[in-house]
Design a binder for this molecule. Structure first.
Ligand code: NAP
Length: 275
C-alpha cells in the first residue's frame, strides 16, 4: 500500500506558481471571510503562509458575521482592477449559500470555481477554474498513476465544491463515474466497485475495509474533528490499508495540494489580467 502524500506535490505546484508569479507580475488574492469558524480561520492562515512564499499578495476582507456585507464586497472586488483572484471562505453566514455568493464573483477572478458560470463551463467542457479541492484530487490521481479512461470511479458526496465538479473532471478523463450521497441505498455495494474511490462526505471514518475493492486507489477529502481534537478523514485508513493500493493521509493529503492549486490559479488569473 502506498501512502499518497500531498505535501511534496503541493511544494512542486507552489514552485510552478512562484515561477509564474515572478515573471513580471504581482498577483493579488482577495479572501472574503465572514465567520469565526476555526476551520476557516485555520485555512486562511495556511493560505496566507503559502501565498507569502509564492509571491502572491493576500488581501484579507474580514466582514461581519451577520452576512450583511458579503455580496456587495464580492461585487466590489470583482470590479477592482487591483485584484486578480477572489476566494469566499465557508461556512457563510446563515441565509447565504455559496452559489449565491459565487454569482457575485467575476468569472475571470473565480479562482476557486465557486460561481455557477464556472461550474456550468466545467460541465460544458469549456475553460474555467475548477474548485481547487476537486482539481487537487485529480493531481493526486495523476501522481498515483492509474489509467482513468474506463476506470470505475465512485465519488461519495455531491456538493457543488467537491463532489459534482470532481465527477465532471473524472468524466472528462473518460472514467465511468458514480456519485453517492445520503440517499444512496447501499453505499458499500457502490464503493466496492470502485477502482478509484473518493470520499468527500465530511463523516469521520465513514469508509472502512468493507467499502474498498482490493487494489483500489482511495482519495480522502474529508476533514473532521475527532473527539480528541485531532483532524481525521472520511476513511478509516488503518482498516483500508491492507486492501487498497494507495490511500491519501489526513492531514497531509488533499489539503496542502488544494492550497497549492488555488495559488496556481491566482497566478494564472493574474497572467490573464486585462491590459
Ligand atoms: P457538504 O457540502 O457537507 O457535502 C457532503 C456530501 O456528502 C453531501 O452530498 C452528502 O449527501 C454526502 N454525505 C454525507 N454523509 C453521507 C453518508 N453517510 N453517506 C453518503 N453520503 C454522505 O461537504 P463538502 O463541502 O463537499 O465537504 C466534504 C468534506 O470535505 C468535508 O469534510 C470538508 O471539510 C472536506 N473538505 C476538504 C477540503 C480540503 O482541501 N481538504 C476542501 C473542501 C472540503 P447529501 O447531499 O445527500 O446531503
Amino acid at each position: 500500500m502506498t501512502l499518497l502524500e500531498g505535501r511534496r506535490l503541493a511544494a512542486e505546484i507552489r514552485a510552478q506558481a512562484a515561477d509564474g508569479a515572478v515573471a513580471g507580475i504581482a498577483p493579488v488574492l482577495a479572501v472574503v471571510i465572514a465567520t469565526d469558524d476555526p476551520g476557516a480561520v485555520w485555512y486562511l492562515g495556511s493560505i496566507a503562509k503559502a501565498a507569502a512564499a509564492t509571491g502572491i499578495a493576500l488581501r484579507e476582507e474580514r466582514l461581519p458575521p451577520d452576512g450583511s456585507e458579503v455580496l456587495a464586497r464580492l461585487e466590489a472586488l470583482s470590479g477592482d482592477g487591483a485584484v486578480d483572484g477572489i476566494l469566499c471562505l465557508t461556512p457563510l453566514p446563515d441565509g447565504l449559500t455559496l452559489a449565491e455568493a459565487g454569482e457575485r464573483i467575476a468569472f475571470a477572478k473565480d479562482v476557486d470555481g465557486a460561481s455557477p458560470v464556472s461550474l456550468g463551463r466545467l460541465a460544458s467542457g469549456l475553460p474555467a477554474f475548477a474548485p481547487a479541492t476537486a482539481q487537487a484530487v485529480m493531481e493526486l490521481l495523476q501522481l498515483a498513476g492509474p489509467t482513468l479512461a474506463g476506470a470505475d470511479a465512485v465519488v461519495v458526496g455531491r456538493s457543488n465544491v467537491v463532489g459534482k465538479p470532481l465527477a465532471m473532471l473524472l468524466l472528462a478523463e473518460h472514467a465511468t463515474v458514480t456519485i453517492c450521497h445520503t440517499r444512496t441505498r447501499d453505499l458499500a455495494a457502490e464503493t466496492r466497485r470502485a477502482d478509484i474511490l473518493v470520499a468527500a462526505a465530511g463523516r469521520a471514518n465513514l469508509l472502512g475495509a468493507e467499502h474498498v475493492k482490493p487494489g483500489a486507489i482511495v482519495i480522502d477529502v474529508g476533514t473532521n474533528e475527532a473527539a480528541d481534537g485531532s483532524m481525521v478523514g472520511d476513511v478509516d485508513t488503518a482498516a483500508v490499508e491492507p486492501v487498497a493500493a494507495a490511500v491519501t493521509p489526513v492531514p497531509g493529503g488533499v489539503g496542502p495540494v488544494t492550497t497549492a492549486v488555488l495559488l496556481r490559479n491566482v497566478v494564472s488569473a493574474a497572467r490573464s489580467r486585462p491590459g
